[in-house]
Design a protein around this ligand. Structure first.
Ligand code: GLU
Length: 460
């Protein structure tokens, strides 16, 4: 699904409209076939006008012109041989967007839809998300159009080894530190890390995050994105004297983010009632059984309809999205542009109070605008799903210090980071004259940190 762009800048005062528009024009001219990247750039640039107004040095210093151009882009061939002995060729990507605050940091996505536009939108978002965590990590993203679904473990291993045979030379704990994303979980990370270790002859723990807890991985990293998104909802509601207890929660997706968002919603006294995959969604008014969902999606790698077959009272709705189900809180945790204006209207019509993006850019610009108009609390992915990468930074700290923190300590740290992320976005929104607007707040707070560092470090 593609999104459209408005040509006017909604929150831009006169003095900053022109430089922002000039950068947008250049980005459109240079990247005409990259709709997702253009969408991500629009969202950020359209909301930071008040920051530029207060800091004209960011305009004079050419911060925007530089930020929209990745520091480095690596595109490569990934040849491998399938179980039938046939040669396959996929495309590999790593877009290293910004290292001004720390080593490049961001996940790898293996999915047939992956192309340069998708990786660039994700890498661009990652700059500001990572800055917002307050930790020393730059922004990057990578991946491949390889589809692990339906592939044997041996095929996935051969693919990962071939992928790393090229990418290893661009990585390192002080250079670029990947992690997982869609299609890259514990299995893939193991094979990728193993091949890096072999070709470099270094057991460099901090060069990858999301590792198995037995070999350098951090406790809570697996759960962190989903847990963090739900903590973010709790913070948003808390500002209004409300909480998750007793609320119905709609979640989309059934991967790592969705599963742990559902688990944490249960723990905080809410009832998560939906989950989905590309075939449709399930609704379970008694509350999703996390153990069964994990069995179906993670262990058996099956279709989500199987959940409804095995669970009485649950039903499967084919070829539809879960946003038609009445909920108080929505946590879109599947993929980009999975929630459009009609979905937003359906949620609003059913009285949704808060939305937190567990996935990256799941809401279209029109959907975000609808939530804004209706006064729905809206936590954009850059803030709401920052718990994953924040816990990756905790993994890097533990690796550097050769320490291992307990699950409870790590979860407490994640909880406090999500509060800080929330407060940074909330405060920036107030400071820049858009109280309650977490899109303006998250983009402004992240951008400020990056822009100050870029100015200090000169024209690089
Ligand atoms: N892929 C995740 C994200 O979108 C995690 C990145 C990381 O841990 O480096 O933020």
């Amino acid at each position: 699904m593609s999104a459209s762009f408005s040509t006017t800048l909604p929150v831009a005062p006169e003095a900053t409209r022109e430089p922002i528009q000039a950068v947008l024009d250049t980005v459109h001219a240079r990247n005409p076939h990259e709709p997702e990247f253009l969408q991500a750039v629009h969202e950020v640039l359209e909301s930071i006008a008040p920051v530029l107004e207060q800091h004209p040095q960011f305009v004079e210093g050419g911060i925007l012109e530089r930020l929209v151009e990745p520091e480095r882009q690596i595109l490569f061939r990934v040849p491998w041989v399938d179980d039938e002995g046939r040669l396959r060729v996929n495309r590999g990507f790593r877009v290293q967007f910004s290292s001004v605050l720390g080593p490049y940091k961001g996940g790898l996505r293996f999915h047939p839809s992956v192309n340069l536009s998708i990786i660039k939108f994700l890498g661009f978002e990652q700059i500001f998300k990572n800055a917002l965590t307050g930790q020393g990590i730059g922004g990057a993203k990578g991946g491949s159009d390889f589809d692990p679904h339906g592939r044997s473990d041996a095929e996935v291993m051969r693919f990962c080894q071939s992928f790393m045979n090229e990418l290893y030379r661009h990585l390192g704990e002080h250079t670029d530190v990947p992690a997982g994303d869609i299609g890259v979980g514990a299995r893939e990370i193991g094979y990728l890390f193993g091949q890096y270790r072999k070709v470099t002859n270094r057991h460099e723990s901090g060069m990858f995050t999301g590792k198995g807890v037995q070999w350098g991985g951090a406790e809570v990293r697996t759960e962190a994105t989903g847990y963090g998104a739900v903590f973010f909802v709790e913070e948003m509601l808390g500002r209004h004297g409300d909480s998750l207890a007793g609320k119905r929660v709609g979640v989309s997706g059934s991967g790592n983010v969705a599963i742990y968002a559902i688990a944490k919603a249960h723990q905080l006294g809410a009832t998560p009632v939906t989950a989905s995959d590309s075939s449709g969604y399930i609704v379970d008014d008694a509350g999703i059984d996390v153990g069964l969902l994990r069995q179906v999606k993670e262990v058996e790698r099956g279709r989500i309809s199987e959940y409804a077959v095995r669970r009485s009272g649950a039903r499967f709705v084919e070829a539809a999205r879960p946003w038609e189900v009445p909920v108080d809180v929505a946590v879109p945790s599947a993929t980009q542009n999975e929630l459009d204006e009609a979905d937003a209207d359906a949620l609003i019509g059913n009285g949704v109070r808060a939305v937190a993006e567990g996935a990256n850019m799941p809401s279209t610009p029109e959907a975000i605008e609808a939530f804004r108009r209706a006064g729905v609390l809206f936590g954009p992915g850059k803030a709401a799903n920052a718990g994953g990468v924040a816990t990756s930074a905790l993994e890097m700290s533990q690796n550097a210090a050769r320490q291992r923190w307990s699950f409870d300590d790590s979860e407490a740290k994640l909880r406090s980071i999500m509060k800080d992320v929330h407060d940074a976005a909330f405060d920036a929104a107030e400071r820049y004259g858009h109280p309650g607007d977490y899109v303006v707040g998250a983009n402004s707070a992240g951008f400020e940190r990056v822009a100050h560092a870029m100015l200090a470090q000169g024209v690089i």
